[in-house]
Write a protein that binds this ligand. Sequence first.
Ligand code: GLN
Length: 318
Amino acid sequence: MNEPHLSPAAISATLRELHEKYLPLREGRLADYIPELSKADPDHFGIAVATVKGEVFEAGNAEDPITLQSVSKPFVYGMALEDLGAEAVHEQVGMEPTGEAFNSIIELEKKTHRPYNPMINAGALAVTNLISGTSPADKLGRILRLFSRYAGHPVHLDGSVFVSERFSGHRNRAIAHLLRHFGRMGPEIDENLDLYFQQCSILFSTKDMALMAATLANGGVQPVTGERVLARPNLRPLLSLMFTCGMYDSSGEWAFHVGLPAKSGVSGGILAVVPGKMGIAVTSPLLDKSGHSVRGHAVFRELAERWGLSLFNGGGEA
Ligand code: GLN
């Protein structure tokens, strides 16, 4: 990085400073609709930056894993794009923001009966249904191998979180059955729900999430291993839908204040992509009303301001 405020020493100092500043922020609630997630430590708080050169900076609990939850959605969508191509995928799922909550069933019922986008639950369930494989175990193996390549090391599931959501995820079951009703899901509804709950239960540290975002910032090549994980033509679909839909019903506010493609999950992770420069991730489990980490949101707003990260800054220095 040529910018002085992005020198290695300056990045490390800023991450430490923001961790200290926002640790006392105790607003928000744990996601308790998945019982296992309500056991999270409210003071878990990790911040990580990974550059496209593979340098990693971190503060707080950046090495402690949490489940990905909806942070998994763009990456499984990317896998479906690689398997089938954008045209076939978008026969089953749209590319418009909803303005509704991530787990809304209303939009699916109301108009086209096609989920609005792959970043909300209805769209993600339709996308997971498209993943190729010879058996449920084969599909899960493919998903785990993909996420291992993004992280740069083998990753695995949190079995307790998976089972907890499997037995409490009635709203997702309802969405899956409605998708089946509208011909957007095959007959293996339970297997498909399991695969979706499993992708949500993959354990990633904040640092792993930053590297996953940095892979997208680096044109689809994991910056530490040098391995191509996503074909270049599939970057634009991922990043554009993360930008317009990744933060659900607060995607507009996020675009206004932060101005970066991003994705959040109800275990408290948020990652964002600064194309050509870096991936950034923050994890902390207390959530706002849209289901985003309160500390995460605060850190991203301040970082975007200080480092002039918004894609809409006009190209010059802040
Ligand atoms: N597994 C969660 C669910 O389907 C993911 C939601 C989220 O992270 N926003 O409800």
